[in-house]
Design a protein around this ligand. Structure first.
Ligand code: FES
Length: 84
């Protein structure tokens, strides 16, 4: 099970965390990953100055994430991580 934590601290919230969460949920459904990938909200990850939204993918911290980057992120990080 892969856990993706999305920061919903006030800075990330204002920079689009709700839209990022919605898009992530759509992508999880589209890739039929329910049960293999868990989405969680997180308090501030202390990366507020990096722009965009912060998320943690397993042990990896990703900063400056924007909604339109999520399909690419799935292809390059999330799907490979699930394949192990
Ligand atoms: S609010 Fe997201 S890193 Fe601070």
């Amino acid at each position: 099970m892969l856990t993706v934590q999305i920061c919903v601290g006030s800075s990330c919230f204002l920079r689009g965390a709700p839209a990022v969460i919605n898009r992530m949920q759509e992508l999880v459904e589209a890739h039929q990953l329910a049960g293999r990938l868990t989405l969680k909200g997180s308090f501030c990850m202390e990366q507020c100055t990096k722009g965009g939204v912060t998320m943690r993918l397993g042990d990896e911290l990703l900063t400056g994430i924007k909604c339109e980057e999520l399909p690419h992120l799935f292809e390059t990080k999330i799907l490979p991580a699930l394949r192990g």
